[in-house]
Design a binder for this molecule. Sequence first.
Ligand code: PAF
Length: 286
Amino acid sequence: MLRFATVAELRAFLKQARSRRQSVGLVPTMGALHEGHLSLMRTAAAENDIVVATIFVNPTQFGPNEDFATYPRKLEEDACLAAEAGVTALFHPPVEEIYRPGNATWVEVTGSLTENLCGRTRPGHFRGVTTVVSRLFNIVQPDRAYFGQKDAQQVQVLKRMTQDLCFDIELRVLPIVRESDGLAMSSRNAYLSAAERQAALVLSRSLAEARCLVAAGERDTQAIVAAVTAFIQSEPLAVIDYVELVHPDDLMPRERLADAGLLALAVRIGKTRLIDNILLEVAACS
Ligand code: PAF
């Protein structure tokens, strides 16, 4: 696996690959790789001639009181995992390589896609995500880019950005990867104490409860949200940021569940904010 820290070096490598007509898959990450990231990398390796993975803890997507400083950084360990997962080139730039001094350009998707759900308690987060991902798209110009469904809102925001900015890139969205007991894999799980790790199961269990309610015929979205909220509140270590049942495409609430709804959660377990979601498909649940 090759490693690059500058845009110029990565571009020179990609120019050669393109002259050989090789297809390129991009897997953007912030590192502290887990099975969720590795599943993206393995799929990218199966679907493309070349896989570029990026490890960049993007400062602009963290709020002032968030965990940018403490976010786990494990570059050497990550490099071994990425190589094993079939990555051809690992790009791990310093901050100045992505945000040049005097940077004055931002990419922002406006409206309900970024204002709802995580947008409410993390103002500016998606602006940071779209700014960095658009830069990575411009640098790498991949044929395909890979993201996890765990960040369901991020996926919708990036789909809109890709359409609106006419990027000729196929976005591939892969399922949430879970631990054997149901906890969605996340780099932030590393922050949890043993008791918090146990308490964190309330997220995936509450989603399973919702699935049962829909299977039993419940279609009133407020009733589903109320039941999930009560379930999470029964865990003393859990503090709800939001529980929302929205349309999977526009992320706007609906009164009744029609074909499908995205049930999305953000819950604090101690100091750690975790997210999870499930697509509730009426046909699949009944
Ligand atoms: O999903 C993430 O890890 C990040 O938001 C991303 C897409 C790598 C942008 O920094």
